[in-house]
Design a protein around this ligand. Sequence first.
Ligand code: HEC
Length: 162
Amino acid sequence: MKKLWLFAGLVATFLGTLSITANAAKDEGSYDDAIEARQSLMQVYKYYWFTLNQMSKGKIKYDAEIASIAAESLLASVRLDQTHMWPEGSHSENPANRKNTTLPAFWKASPEDVAKADKRMLDSVSEIQKVAGQGREQLKAAMRKVNSGCKGCHDDYRKKDD
Ligand code: HEC
């Protein structure tokens, strides 16, 4: 009896290995978990960005403490590890994937280009975290750089809404 279980275990392991290999070879996805995670993370960016943006424009009253917390939280979310959220093949033109708007261009970009976009984002959000509590004018100036960080990457790698 013990031997039979051992054998069943081996077959299962073997089949498991096979299906992983087949998936990798076809590169068809689906990559829904990774896509959902990155979209959720972008929604978190947007949540804090919105507060900062409204305050910088005077659409909601400037409050140093709320601005500082939002900027701190945006920085924390930008620092989360995204290494496995962008697997090759998880783009918007692969029908195996859930709906998403990442262009295949993202994976054709050089690692330097992607690193540049990431750095621009991290630098601008680090800057806003330092000054968000110092006054609306400081917030407004820092927000311009944050906005160009979001927009620069979206222009290059994100499909326009259809
Ligand atoms: C390094 C590139 C990059 C940066 C920087 C970036 N984004 Fe994005 N963003 C993307 C890509 C690519 C998508 C498409 C994701 C998908 O659907 O696969 C996206 C999608 C989104 C979405 C839609 C998410 C959904 O639910 O489909 C929102 C909202 C968003 N970004 C907000 C922001 C904000 C706000 C910032 C700046 C604070 C920002 N992003 C910075 C690349 C970037």
